[in-house]
Unconditional design. Structure first.
Length: 376
């Protein structure tokens, strides 16, 4: 890559300035005298501008590292507003293509046209994370279904697991269309691809599809295997996030009532491995914040949000999501969201405690405790 100064870096000797030369330049700068072909402001004290001496490719390398490791959007944007040169180089396609998930984690309250343009710039560079985030926002929040689905598809082509899973949810529900637009086989195929990449929700969804024969030939044993893998990965993710954490016994507590009798495994059931709730993806967090700020907390007349608090997906038509077959008070965009919400919250609200508590106080959800049915 050619730098602003050509192929050669400035020599080290160029940076060595004698004290007497500094004093002379300071006097000349105070008098407004031109020094070495350009004026220096009195504020600079006549000192040479070392930052201007840095080649562009070196600055781009630093900015790429920053964009790929930023903890929040402000970490990167604060650099862009520092000076004109950093602003120009920071918007370089090489830098934006390296933007990480946390750098693109925009807040719904800060949404504006400039934020939209910035995400679009990142997406145009081929950044899969930006394509997915902007695609989710356009599809669900801005109701631009075609453009949003295209962006998510662009991310999915780049093997972006969350994008593959989100497109699977769209296919399962026929989102953006009518009930006849559901394509269960396409949903299972997308889910399988995301599961192959290790996406936990996709593994859980695929396990339930196989157990129920939903869009695929019923295979209970294979479904159980995927559920075990989903819960094992969920537990591993918590331990990786906190390597020094000690696993409480309650996380792996097993009860025959919760796991179907003898020979159960705490990693088999979505009700048994009581790990903390995983952090939602910034795109899902944006959806939750976006619709929580709307009047009535609804995406539109007669439409509902997924009852899993970390999801944020809204219905695109009435009765799109399936509801709990026991209480009918909650509805979910997918079996994965239903399983997580049951484990974290809904199991204590679905029915009176006396209905599913045994003499020892253990929870007994039964066969219908995690079932869903479609709205008619």
């Amino acid at each position: 890559m050619r730098t602003r100064r050509g192929l050669c870096y400035p020599k080290a000797a160029d940076f060595c300035v004698d004290d007497r030369l500094l004093k002379r330049r300071k006097v000349e700068a105070a008098a407004g005298v031109q020094v070495e072909g350009r004026k220096r402001s009195p504020e600079s004290g006549g000192r040479p501008d070392f930052f201007d001496s840095l080649p562009d490719d070196l600055v781009l390398s630093v900015l790429c590292k920053l964009s790929s490791t930023a903890g929040c959007p402000a970490d990167f944007l604060n650099v862009l507003i520092t000076c004109k040169r950093l602003n120009g180089l920071g918007l370089n396609s090489i830098v934006l293509s390296k933007a990480c998930r946390k750098m693109l984690a925009v807040k719904a309250k800060n949404w504006s046209e400039s934020t939209h343009r910035f995400l679009k710039l990142c997406a145009d560079t081929g950044n899969a994370e930006a394509c997915y985030t902007l695609g989710m926002i356009r599809f669900y929040c801005l109701q631009n279904r075609g453009s949003g689905a295209s962006l998510m598809a662009k991310a999915a082509i780049a093997s972006h697991a969350p994008a593959l899973y989100s497109l699977a949810v769209v296919q399962f529900n026929g989102s953006g269309g009518t009930k006849s637009d559901k394509d269960l086989r396409a949903g299972v195929a997308l889910c399988a691809r995301a599961a192959f990449l290790g996406h936990i929700d996709a593994l859980r969804e695929l396990g339930h599809c196989l157990q129920d024969g939903y869009g695929v030939k019923k295979n209970i044993a294979e479904g159980r295997r995927f559920l075990i893998q989903a819960n094992a990965r969920e537990l591993a993710a918590v331990l990786v996030a906190s390597p020094t954490a000690v696993v409480p016994p309650s996380w792996l507590a097993w009860s025959p009532h919760r796991h179907g009798g003898e020979g159960g495994c705490p990693l088999l059931s979505d009700f048994g491995c009581n790990v903390p709730s995983p952090a939602p993806h910034p795109a899902n967090q944006f959806l939750s914040e976006w619709f929580s700020n709307r009047i009535g907390n609804v995406p539109g007349p007669g439409l509902r949000l997924c009852s899993h608090s970390s999801c944020g997906r809204p219905e695109t038509r009435r009765h799109e999501f399936r509801r709990c077959s026991v209480c009918g008070a909650v509805n979910y965009c997918s079996r994965a969201c239903q399983a997580l919400d049951w484990k974290l919250r809904h199991k204590v609200e679905c029915a009176p405690v006396e209905r599913w508590a045994d003499d020892d106080g253990d929870v007994n959800v039964g066969l219908n405790g995690d079932a869903m049915e479609e709205d008619r």
